[in-house]
Design a protein around this ligand. Structure first.
Ligand SMILES: C[S@@+](CC[C@H](N)C(=O)[O-])C[C@H]1O[C@@H](n2cnc3c(N)ncnc32)[C@H](O)[C@@H]1O
Length: 238
């Protein structure tokens, strides 16, 4: 099966519908990722069927539970080669997307890809969450923050929650160990103003790998001392 056929059947299985024209853009993005894969350390992404399921369908699974439209602002923290941010930006053109990534060569790839795909709703931000989360124009400015594959929840919460507006939501894309990660992150979430609202589970099509989206509601402003300076959350998670 081709990339597009696997993508289409995978999304149908999950109950996610795409805007007209989105499939073509996603296939074009896959081509760009594949071309850049070796230089970006993304070798696992080369097989079209596997990439369609593990990266594209997985990224878009959020849309089964969330609709992103006009006036929404979403930050993808640690976007890497653009997952889940780019597929979501293609699928939800009315929402404004910010792709935050610390590694310059990945940011360069993202900037080129955004330009090639004509994604006028998407801005690439090159830097670390620990720095950007302290700037007024980013701090508590997003109704949605998402992150996939960046860090364990206990550490990740300190990067992500400062960006979320009070009342907004941080969604962590996780695997089968999500419940244990939540347990380990309880104290951190409480300190940072977040509360786990819901955990939804889905199986990826074909291999059927189990995935979990953890929805964390921001209930209170994050105290000014967070995030701590770069490297501290990793060494001494809350
Ligand atoms: C394993 S990759 C996952 C990339 C992508 N989210 C995905 O699911 O394919 C993690 C990415 O997060 C970025 N990252 C890790 N910590 C970060 C931080 N504190 N601020 C910004 N980016 C960060 C890394 O540079 C890396 O590109």
């Amino acid at each position: 099966m081709t990339f597009t056929a696997v993508l289409r059947s995978g999304l149908t299985e999950l109950g996610v519908e795409l805007e007209p024209g989105a499939e073509g853009l996603l296939a074009e993005f896959f081509g760009l990722v594949k071309e850049a894969a070796a230089g970006l350390n993304l070798t696992a992404i080369k097989e079209p069927e596997e990439a369609a399921v593990k990266h594209f369908v997985d990224s878009l699974a959020l849309l089964r539970w969330v609709s992103l439209g006009e006036g929404d602002r979403l930050l993808d923290l640690g976007s890497g080669a653009g997952f889940p941010g780019v597929p979501l930006a293609v699928a939800a053109p009315g929402c404004r997307f910010f792709l935050l990534e610390a590694v310059r060569k990945k940011c360069f790839f993202l900037e080129q890809a955004v330009k090639r795909l004509g994604l006028t709703n998407t801005t690439v931000v090159c830097g670390r969450a620990e720095e950007y989360g302290r700037l007024d124009r980013y701090r508590e400015q997003f109704g949605w923050v998402v992150a996939r594959g960046v860090a364990a929840l206990r550490e990740l919460a300190e990067y992500a929650l400062p960006f979320v507006a009070v009342g907004g939501c941080f969604v962590a894309y996780k695997g089968p160990r999500a419940a244990a990660e939540i347990e380990a992150a309880r104290e951190a979430l409480e300190l940072l103003g977040g509360r786990v609202e819901e955990m939804v589970t889905y199986s990826l099509p074909r291999g059927g790998e189990k995935r979990v989206l953890v929805f964390i509601r921001k209930e209170r402003a994050t105290p000014a001392q967070f995030p701590r300076r770069a490297g501290v959350a990793r060494k001494r998670p809350l």
